[in-house]
Design a protein around this ligand. Structure first.
Ligand SMILES: C[S@@+](CC[C@H](N)C(=O)[O-])C[C@H]1O[C@@H](n2cnc3c(N)ncnc32)[C@H](O)[C@@H]1O
Length: 431
């Protein structure tokens, strides 16, 4: 599948509407998202694109489809611990007369603000004057966030003890977050670049804006930073992902706290009681991602309860059964892809892990990138791997009710491996 719909007009529209820059690296997932969304709305991709760009069709579900909503609990654990464990108690002590507001923007499906809500509870901070909010441009993500149910991969960095305490298995793949944590976070739909951020009810004491600026070009980053600056109290803190540390320049100064790098509005006295002097940029070498918990989450620790006990007690821990994809496999594939974005083995491996973990859209995106690079001759891969990629892609599309799209991949599979098991299952009506 080549990127036939992601042309200059689509790129311009996406950039001016969401801020997101479409590059060669992320064009394939956007193309796939357009095709899936078109199929969902029973339109051709060309009709969908023309309708959205001309304003004849509502833009929101198109935006929902093309945004990358990848997130997981405790992704920025160290920064969250500093925010919740150090900054917040200090501010509550020093400013007892007013609310303390924490905002995660963008919050995706709520993984980030919910992680902070969990940390607050674990630290016994029940003060109602601490307000937690999440905001995102994606309506679909926010609906998922409010539902409070997550796939196994969203818990891939949550240690087993914590997962058992705060989640209950709904079935083999879905986990429900404790409703008291869900109730702790308010969600708002907002476009950081074009909406009036005052509607969020700030100013905020602590902002998490992780993994958004990386999708923007320099001019858009400057606009986003200006909006973040408006959202933040003059003595507040902004935390971005370590891959984004070189981005907050205008209006912010870097400051270290508890071994973490944060950003404060320029003009904040850096020797104030809120924190120690700044680190120089030269010292701010990105740290490796937080170490994996000693005992990684396994779905064994979160197996669904037998129905009779579901309403009454905590999940039973058993030693048997299915192990979910090891979290480290995803890390290894991501590390390989950071070096070589078109590493075919890593793309296929990552797609397998994601599909096993129920993250089907993300798995489809990996496979789409892989198959497109193969079609363009940008990479080579063993025939067996190509066959597996086609079979998995077809199966996943089919599972999403997109049989029409899947057919082309099954046809190619039939040309390369006429007796493939997936085709036999399909012939027997099982797929
Ligand atoms: C990769 S997620 C990051 C989520 C979380 N902060 C994290 O680090 O795990 C990026 C999110 O940015 C949201 N987004 C993209 N453009 C946006 C905009 N202009 N305003 C608000 N949210 C936006 C997307 O919907 C998506 O959920």
């Amino acid at each position: 599948m080549s990127t036939t719909y992601v042309d200059a007009a689509v790129c311009d529209w996406v950039r001016s509407t969401t801020g997101i820059s479409i590059t060669r690296d992320n064009a394939a997932p956007v193309e796939l998202a357009i095709r899936l969304e078109a199929e969902r709305r029973r339109l051709s991709p060309a009709e969908l694109v023309a309708g959205v760009l001309s304003g004849r069709l509502p833009a929101q579900s198109f935006i929902d489809a093309i945004t990358t909503n990848e997130s997981y609990f405790f992704r920025a654990q160290k920064q969250m611990e500093v925010a919740v464990g150090e900054l917040l108690p200090e501010r509550l002590r020093k400013q007892p007369e007013r609310d303390q507001r924490l905002l995660s923007i963008p919050c995706a499906r709520g993984e980030e603000p919910y992680s902070m809500a969990i940390l607050l509870r674990e630290r016994g901070i029940a003060d109602p004057s601490v307000r937690l909010m999440g905001a995102d441009i994606s309506q679909r993500c926010l609906a998922d966030a409010r539902r409070g149910e997550f796939g196994a991969l969203a818990l891939r960095r949550t240690d087993a003890v914590r997962a058992k305490r705060w989640f209950r298995a709904v079935d083999a793949r879905r986990y429900r977050l404790d409703p008291t944590i869900v109730a702790r976070v308010q969600f708002h739909r907002i476009n950081l670049l074009t909406d009036d951020v005052v509607a969020l009810g700030g100013p905020f004491d602590i902002l998490f804006c992780q993994n958004l600026l990386i999708y923007f070009d320099p001019a858009t980053i400057a606009r986003a930073l200006a909006a973040l600056r408006r959202l933040l109290r003059p003595d507040g803190w902004l935390f971005v992902d370590h891959t984004e540390w070189n981005l907050p320049r205008a209006g912010f100064q870097m400051q270290e706290r508890g071994g973490c790098v944060g950003f404060r509005p320029s003009g904040t006295p850096l020797t104030d009681a809120m924190g120690p002097p700044p680190v120089s940029r030269r010292r701010a070498v990105p740290k490796p991602p937080p170490a994996l918990p000693a005992r990684p989450l396994t779905s064994t620790a979160l197996r669904p309860e037998p129905p009779s006990r579901a309403a009454t007690g905590p999940a039973r821990v058993t030693d048997d059964a299915f192990e979910p994809p090891p979290p480290t496999a995803l890390d290894a594939f991501d590390a390989a892809l950071a070096q070589a974005p078109l590493d075919s083995a890593a793309l296929l491996g990552k797609a397998r892990v994601l599909a096993d973990g129920g993250e089907e859209l993300e798995a489809l995106e990996c496979l789409e990138t892989l198959l497109e690079a193969l079609d363009e001759g940008a990479i080579q891969m063993p025939l067996d791997d190509r066959i597996e990629a086609l079979a998995l892609f077809g199966l996943l599309l089919n599972r999403k009710g997109l049989g029409g799209l899947a057919q082309g991949y099954f046809d190619e599979l039939a040309r390369l491996a006429p007796g493939h098991a997936v085709l036999r299952l399909r012939g027997a009506g099982h797929v």
